[in-house]
Design a protein around this ligand. Structure first.
Ligand code: 13P
Ligand code: SF4
Length: 337
């Protein structure tokens, strides 16, 4: 058997890859922290090969995860497509539980790991299966559009899912005069402002985005002339009215990549600015720092442990999974990015 070293093949060695990540992150991860992360990133790279694992990372993860161990990064919609497309045996979702559950719904035969099973979401916690059944009784014949930030049980009761990237297109794809939109009230109001379809709302909120205030953004604008303000549609209507651009996390990133404003304020979870600033050092990110406590449960040691022990796995009861899958696949067919 002939063997060749990384330097002979022209491929960077593991050590060279690590050093490259270290210098990329120098502006956002202090040296003393990087020394702690380094051995975990190396071990995770080794375990990924051993397990034939694919690591999908949400835009809100910390830079050492986002830039250090991801095979794929994106918003909830892109994560769902990537999970459905991978041929790996193991999918590791570095995000919150509903994201990992979506991967399991689409790939029930695969091992889907989430490094911390308790990484939840205030929107997913705001609604149960019984609530959807009650709404269907109250509004007979009105289709149910459900944000992916929900449990598999809630998805299973729904006609179709959506994400913040395609909510308007999904609502309009049904050709209905009225739809029930669950569970994010603010995203529902954002959709209602852009369509003639009547939207029946639920009062779920994202605990991170509901904290932003319009006055806070006005103050930032006053102190930073020319500031580009871009917001996630989980923010309140008052906040969105102050924004120059509204979109999913991926659309926000694309906007900054294309526009390259001198100064930008991303009205969303704090780590995203760190992740994008690594790529765009010429853009100054103004950071009002709201962290998602659920996203922040995912750490490098937990990712390493999940790959080593193949736990915790995400499981979905097969019948619920099949019904939820229908709603998710209908969304993926609408697409719209
Ligand atoms: P995106 O789909 O825009 O990434 O949003 C997911 C999320 O949880 C935002 O809080
Ligand atoms: Fe849920 Fe909000 Fe955290 Fe996103 S940021 S996972 S919507 S709590």
């Amino acid at each position: 058997m002939s063997m060749s070293t990384a330097s002979e093949t022209g491929e960077p060695s593991g050590g060279e890859r690590l050093a490259a990540i270290g210098s990329l992150l120098a502006g956002v991860v202090p040296e003393i922290e990087w020394r702690v992360h380094e051995p975990y990133i190396a071990e995770i790279a080794r375990l990924k090969e051993e397990r034939n694992a694919f690591v999908i990372v949400h835009n809100y993860q910390t830079p050492e995860i986002f830039h250090g161990v991801a095979d794929f990064t994106g918003d909830s919609l892109a994560m769902a497509y990537a999970g459905a497309a991978t041929e790996a045996d193991v999918i590791v979702v570095c995000g919150v539980h509903f994201m990992a559950e979506t991967a399991k719904i689409l790939s029930p035969e695969k091992t889907v790991l989430i490094p911390d099973i308790a990484a939840g979401c205030s929107l997913a916690a705001s609604i149960r299966r019984e609530d959807v059944r009650e709404l269907r009784r109250r509004y007979p014949g009105v289709p149910v559009v459900t944000y992916v930030n929900t449990s598999a049980e809630v998805k299973a009761e729904s006609d179709i899912c959506c994400t913040s990237a395609n909510a308007v297109q999904v609502v309009e794809s049904l050709g209905a005069e009225r739809v029930i939109f669950l569970p994010d009230e603010f995203l529902g109001k954002y959709v209602a402002a852009q369509t003639d379809v009547e939207i029946v709302l639920w009062k779920g909120h994202c605990e991170v985005h509901e904290r932003f205030r319009a006055e806070e953004l006005q103050d930032y604008r006053a102190s930073h002339p020319g500031l580009d303000v871009i917001a996630h549609p989980e923010c309140s209507p008052d906040v969105l009215a102050e924004a120059d651009f509204v979109g999913s996390t991926a659309k926000m990133i694309d906007h900054v990549r294309e526009r390259r404003p001198a100064q930008v304020l991303m009205v969303t979870e704090c780590s995203m600015s760190d992740n994008v600033s690594v790529e765009l050092p010429e853009v100054e990110f103004i950071r009002p720092c709201n962290l998602c406590p659920h996203m922040k449960k995912i750490t490098l040691p937990k990712i390493e442990q999940a790959l080593r022990t193949l736990a915790p796995t995400v499981e979905v009861e097969p019948e619920t999974g099949a019904r939820a899958r229908r709603a998710v696949e209908l969304m993926l067919a609408v697409g719209a990015r």
